[in-house]
Design a protein. Structure first.
Length: 292
């Protein structure tokens, strides 16, 4: 193994102290007492794979730039917004799609194999849990590795769309200015102007990544499915999420209502801190591998 494969990339991880042995003991007790653990992960589990998040203090996208993610209504309504989105996404895709799972993703996969982890819900769209081999899993906000047509619903792989982009834009080139959490990069309007966006091959409709953009909602079916998995669980672990987004937070509220013990592993404060049984301020990839 090369060093880069085993060493985490900490450029987008907020500073924190190494795990306290007492914290390790407490989380070990929490996990040992769980028979059907429900795990919810957020961007903080993927920062050690080199993917920035939005909200981390000092290193998140909101702290470093004035950029904001695209809104669902803007994408649907505006052809120029879609052109800008896809141009940025086209440039960022080779790097974004090459990110690999880190130790935290692999530990959760192993817990699933051991029968400890009942269900995993990730708020991330980076496919890293799938790459790690997790199967008992719901991608709450979808996945950037899939694309679908807003009109006929046809699905294709994002890698396949990359080939369509290349065929349509053989001479188009752009230098990127930093990568954003969802895999796009920052480009100027001038750079974007001549970028050609393909339509759906089946019906000529609008292609959109299979992700829930800001301002959109998660489907009722998916929410109900996750509530069912939570109802079968006996405890909840939140890893790498401040739980600021309601689509994920609602499941913590449901866990509290069921009086399930809740543990949080996240650098910095979260929306659940006041009602969690346990709050740990450590890197996911540093603390989770210490639990047996």
């Amino acid at each position: 193994h090369s060093v880069s494969r085993t060493s985490p990339n900490l450029a987008f991880v907020p500073a924190c102290l190494p795990p306290d042995p007492l914290d390790v003991e407490e989380l070990q007790r929490f996990v040992s007492n769980s028979k059907r653990l429900f795990v919810m992960t957020g961007a903080g589990i993927s920062t050690e794979s080199g993917i920035p998040d939005y909200r981390s203090e000092g290193v998140g996208l909101y702290a470093r730039t004035d950029r904001r993610p695209i809104q669902h209504a803007e994408f649907v309504r505006s052809a120029s917004a879609r052109q800008r989105y896809w141009a940025r996404n086209f440039v960022g895709w080779p790097q974004f799609s090459s990110h690999q799972p880190n130790r935290a993703h692999l530990v959760l996969r192993d817990w699933e194999k051991l029968g400890k982890l009942h269900w995993l819900v990730t708020q991330n769209v980076d496919a890293l849990h799938a790459k790690a081999g997790s199967q008992r899993m719901t991608e709450l906000h979808g996945c950037t590795h899939r694309v679908f047509c807003l009109d006929c619903g046809d699905q294709i792989l994002r890698s396949e769309l990359q080939e369509h982009f290349e065929a349509l834009n053989p001479t188009w080139k752009a230098e990127a200015f930093g990568v954003a959490p969802d895999g796009d990069v920052f480009l100027t309007d001038e750079q974007v102007r001549n970028f050609q966006v393909p339509a759906c091959r089946k019906c000529g409709g609008i292609l959109k990544p299979d992700v829930t953009f800001f301002g959109d909602t998660v489907s009722r079916e998916k929410v109900d499915f996750v509530h069912q998995r939570l109802a079968e669980s006996d405890s909840m672990l939140v890893a790498g999420s401040s739980m600021q987004v309601y689509s994920g937070y609602r499941f913590a509220l449901a866990a509290r209502e069921k009086q399930l013990p809740i543990a949080i592993l996240n650098i910095g404060p979260t929306r659940l801190d006041h009602f969690a049984s346990l709050k740990l301020n450590s890197r996911c990839g540093e603390l989770l591998p210490l639990i047996v």
